[in-house]
Design a protein around this ligand. Structure first.
Ligand code: SF4
Length: 344
């Protein structure tokens, strides 16, 4: 009997422009999700920015690269990737023999969409001898045109590993690029002017206001945030003590949460991250720098979408094998340089 024929629950979903809705995260839903995942021999992975109910039902939570590496090692026939499309593609690139699904293929990413494969081909034609370094928030096709991938943890190490005489094309995030340029001191790094609309919305003014209102709090800042530069500036000016400002990937935030001595931490990244931070350090008061910084694409992976995925086996993520092989090489080169830690 197929999984769909076996599904006799009263839970039903409806489709709409903002995604699949109509199912609440009740105990009955959780039981159905677990039963269906076991019947499919599927592993459920959830990104740190997912809705709390999706994070709590998943077999593993984490950042995009850590989850893709878990996908490759999982003893499962199928991977259900609760995140955005480029992340599920990365899981497929690293697990070509597994069936990878995303509960709603319309869950995109404004940062990954800020550069297409054609844009990159044209940019490379302008700088034919340059080394291309791409952040993991890129499509499989863009990764396939990349020399070395990077995450926010190792972007500085990756760029520092490149011959100082070679030009570097860094994409797609301008804030992470500025952070890398500042720390490496290179003047031959060309930066694509892409941005994530959610992270760019967290600005320096808000950060300064919050830092002044909470002088004893630590500041955890993701380098994709528009405020990363202002945070370093504020620290340099003595407006906030430098030791309080921590520029961290999402995985680094969890480690820092377990170690902090502060009773309050201001967090500058997508607000889904607060759920994992509060679980990691329940005694610390984590507050968002901008409570409106919620990614609408991440939030398309609703309880209804996950149930639909498990019942129907959709949406499957496919990557052309030749593109996947080239993209895998750029990811493996990054892993060989070391400290891939985490990306978004
Ligand atoms: S938070 Fe920004 S970078 Fe992350 S998935 Fe959403 S749009 Fe993309």
């Amino acid at each position: 009997m197929s999984i769909a024929a076996d599904f006799t629950s009263s839970l039903t979903w409806t489709d709409g422009p903002a995604g699949y809705t109509g199912v609440e995260a009740t105990p009955q839903w959780a039981e159905e999700v677990r039963r269906l995942a076991a019947a499919r021999n599927a592993t459920i992975l959830a990104h740190n920015y997912q809705l709390p109910a999706i994070q709590d039902i998943a077999d593993h939570t984490g950042d995009s690269l850590a989850l893709s590496r878990i996908a490759a090692e999982a003893d499962a026939d199928e991977i259900i990737f609760c995140g955005v499309h480029f992340m599920a593609e990365t899981a497929k690139i690293l697990s070509p023999d597994k069936r990878v699904m995303i509960p709603d293929a319309r869950a995109g990413c404004s940062l990954a969409d800020s550069i297409t494969a054609d844009d990159l081909r044209a940019w490379k034609a302008e700088f034919p001898d340059a080394v291309v370094v791409s952040y993991v928030n890129t499509t499989a096709e863009v990764k396939g045109l990349t020399d070395i991938c990077c995450t926010s943890s190792n972007a500085v190490d990756v760029v520092a590993s490149i011959d100082p005489g070679r030009d570097v094309l860094f994409l797609p995030d301008q804030f992470l690029g500025a952070h890398v340029r500042r720390l490496t001191g290179r003047d031959n790094i060309h930066i694509w002017a892409g941005e994530c609309h959610v992270h760019a919305g967290i600005n320096g003014d808000e950060l300064a206001e919050q830092a002044q209102a909470h002088p004893d709090a630590d500041l955890f800042i993701h380098p994709e945030c528009g405020c990363a530069t202002s945070a370093l500036y504020l620290a340099g000016e003595g407006a906030v003590p430098a030791e309080k400002v921590k520029i961290l990937s999402t995985g680094g935030m969890l480690d820092a949460a377990r170690e902090t001595k502060a009773s309050q931490v201001l967090v500058a990244t997508e607000i889904g991250m607060l759920h994992q931070l509060r679980k990691a350090a329940p005694g610390v008061d984590f507050q968002p720098v901008n409570g409106r910084a919620s990614c609408p694409y991440m939030k398309m992976i609703t309880p209804a979408a996950l149930l639909r995925c498990l019942v129907t086996g959709r949406d499957e993520v496919e990557v052309d094998p030749a593109v996947a092989a080239r993209a895998r090489a750029s990811v493996e080169k990054m892993i060989a340089i070391g400290n891939p830690g985490s990306g978004e």
